[in-house]
Design a protein around this ligand. Structure first.
Ligand code: FES
Length: 163
């Protein structure tokens, strides 16, 4: 009478163990997959290639742009950035690299070759060739990318730092 009960108990026990193993094998990767974005840190700074230096003419602002994707938990935000490279001489170190984001309310400025100024379309601001404010509401000159380098292949890279 007790033997069938112990066989049943044995089968229950084996079923519970096999079920637990299957749950563990499937559950751990699933949980890891679900919480991974929350644990992942997005890169807050990076070297960004903006073009071949020899393709940039002397004295004329050469525009560039790039996109950064920020990951915050499960939220991904793509942000566009840009600027202008001005080669002041043949010396590859002699560069002025301006951020094209207006310092008023962050609209993108454009270079006007006719007027030799940067124009902001949002509130008609004007910036001079060095990024200085000539007219309009911006509180300060255009920001600069101060850190840059030229690779062995002649690619100009700027150092991007979030914020
Ligand atoms: S955003 Fe450029 S002047 Fe206002």
């Amino acid at each position: 009478m007790t033997e069938p009960a112990s066989r049943r108990d044995f089968i229950k026990g084996v079923t519970a163990i096999v079920g637990g193993l299957i749950t563990t094998v499937i559950g751990i990767p699933t949980i890891a997959y679900l919480i991974d974005p929350a644990l992942r840190e997005s890169a807050k700074e990076a070297w960004i290639p903006v073009g071949k230096l020899e393709d940039m003419p002397l004295g004329t602002p050469t525009p560039f742009s790039f996109t950064r994707v920020q990951v915050n938990g499960w939220e991904r935000t793509a942000t566009s950035h840009g600027g202008f490279v001005i080669r002041r001489s043949e010396n590859p170190e002699d560069l002025l690299i301006l951020n094209s984001r207006c310092t008023h309310l962050a609209c993108t400025v454009n270079w006007s070759e006719n007027d030799k100024v940067y124009l902001c379309p949002c509130h008609d601001a004007k910036f001079g060739q060095q990024g200085e404010v000539l007219d309009g509401p911006p509180p300060r000159p255009l920001d600069r990318y101060e850190e840059f380098r030229v690779t062995e292949d002649g690619i100009l890279e700027i150092f991007y730092k979030e914020g």
